[in-house]
Design a protein around this ligand. Structure first.
Ligand code: ADP
Ligand code: MG
Length: 475
């Protein structure tokens, strides 16, 4: 970098910093590197094409003012885009002549030595016709507000959800983060908000997607070199619902892309709804900058429903299914199954099934039987020993082999899978998992979990191992 480029850019930065919000400054200007200055032409390096497009779209006037102040009326700016994928070290250059009098499209003069990029350098925000794009919402109409029963445990989240549904992007609940344990209604509520928005605003583009699927799509897009298309697609959404965001833990590439999408949507007044099994403060391996975004809006917790709410959820379910059961029995179930709504529903469904299979009346006795079985079943925690047994049987080796010090690939993989599932299905700490699976340390277990995560995306065969084992262990 020539000192003069650095000097000029530093002066520009001082000016820019005084004129925009600190957060925007940090996000969009701090990462820029001055490259060189030739006459009145300053070259700056930006981290991605998306970044450049964003600057052009949102900060072109500011950049122009800063540059004219430093370099005079004929100041020019060249963006050097650090290539995101492949193409070795080649850089794409994009030249821009900031001019407040011209529209953004006109200012985007492309001076691309790599001609093949010309087609791509269109501003993604104005691709004609793309607004008409139909997006399948992926919403489940059976999850709506009508059948999401209200109680103390969910009042805040539910009413925030309703407020958002009435005015997507127009409340301070943006993003709306719904968090809570398994089976407490996060997915249901997230869909309900989407469904309600579709009802209120038919032409808004709503998209529900699990963080897992989002990650898969992203990984695919990187493989196919369509990362930009991926980003642009998500930037067109009016209401983006991402379920189980904890899935992004440790996946820094996906977090990064979600960060950019999030910023774009948020700054354009679009609504983002996120669910997670943890409060933001407890999320692990999620980048700080993303966590801080999550805290911008409202975090609303879904708690374990109290007895009254459990009763009304059960009664409502029975009513919708057209089944009649004496109150005493409903109360018995509600009293004994407390941990979450999914189990509550599960118990009542097996109760109904039992009685109709066996042509039995639903009595308290029967309810006791079912509930006992149910509580026992769901309490059964998979042990680490059991996981090792299942994994080694699956790979036809014995447990000693699985635990041995060998570096043979297929044995290492089996061991890593065992560690991964131990982390997934037990509450044991990484250290304790390590010590039980071949006396390894916690870092090895952590590494194993990450490796399994990665391989299951990149390797079909491996993915099948994970799915098979998952099924065996949850049966
Ligand atoms: P989570 O995503 O938090 O694991 P789900 O949204 O999948 O939980 O909810 C589990 C089940 O419980 C679903 O069938 C859902 O319809 C039901 N459920 C949860 N909360 C409520 C509620 N307040 N009223 C009615 N049904 C509920
Ligand atoms: Mg869910």
């Amino acid at each position: 970098m020539s000192t003069s480029a650095g000097h000029v850019w530093q002066n520009c930065l001082n000016f820019i910093e005084d004129n925009i919000q600190i957060q925007a400054y940090k996000t969009w200007f701090v990462p820029i590197k001055p490259v060189k200055l030739e006459g009145n032409v300053l070259s700056i390096e930006v981290p991605s094409r998306f970044f450049y497009e964003w600057l052009e779209e949102h900060y072109i006037k500011l950049l122009k003012s800063a540059l004219t102040k430093e370099l005079g009326r004929d100041a020019r700016l060249i963006y050097v885009i650090r290539m995101e994928n492949t193409f070795g070290n080649k850089l794409a250059h994009t030249e821009s002549i900031p001019s407040a009098t011209k529209s953004i499209q006109n200012t985007q003069q492309v001076d691309a030595p790599l001609n093949s990029y010309n087609a791509e350098l269109k501003n993604p925000f104005v691709i004609p016709g793309i607004r008409n794009l139909e997006v399948e919402s992926q919403l489940n109409p059976n999850y709506n507000f009508d059948n999401f029963l209200e109680g103390d445990s969910n009042r805040l989240a539910r009413s925030a959800g309703l407020a958002v549904a009435n005015k997507p992007g127009g409340t301070s609940f943006n993003p709306l983060l719904i968090f809570g344990g398994v089976g407490l209604g996060k997915t249901h509520l997230a869909h309900a908000i989407g469904v309600e928005i579709k009802e209120n605003y038919a032409d808004k583009t709503v998209l529900y997607i699990s963080a897992e699927k989002f990650t898969q799509q992203y990984v695919e897009s990187v493989k196919k070199n369509t990362r930009n298309d991926f980003i642009h697609f998500y930037q067109l959404i009016d209401v983006l619902i991402i379920d189980d965001v904890q899935f992004l833990s440790g996946k820094s590439g996906t977090q990064d892309v979600f960060f950019h999408i999030f910023n774009h949507l948020h700054q354009n007044g679009k609504q983002v709804i996120i669910t997670s099994d943890k409060a933001p403060v407890d999320m692990q391996d999620i980048e700080q900058r993303l966590l801080s975004r999550f805290k911008w809006g409202l975090s609303a917790e879904l708690q374990v429903p109290d007895f009254e709410t459990r009763i009304s959820i059960l009664k409502n379910k029975l009513y919708r299914d057209g089944v009649e059961i004496p109150d005493t029995i409903v109360e018995y179930v509600a009293k004994n199954i407390k941990s979450n709504v999914r189990e509550l529903e599960g118990a009542i469904i097996s109760l109904i099934a039992q009685s109709s299979f066996n042509k039995m009346e639903i009595t308290v006795e029967l309810a006791k039987e079912v509930v006992n079985k149910f509580v026992k079943n769901t309490k059964r925690e998979v042990s680490i020993d059991y996981i090792q047994k299942v994994v080694s049987e699956y790979f036809q080796m014995d447990i000693d082999t699985l635990q041995s010090k060998t570096r043979k690939r297929h044995i290492v993989q089996a061991r890593q899978l065992a560690m991964y599932f131990a982390k997934k299905f037990t509450k044991a700490s990484l250290a304790s998992i390590g010590s039980q699976i071949g006396k390894r340390d916690h870092a090895t277990v952590l590494h194993a979990c990450k490796t399994v995560d990665n391989l299951s995306f990149t390797d079909k065969q491996f993915r099948k191992y994970v799915d098979d084992l998952n099924q065996k262990l949850t049966l």
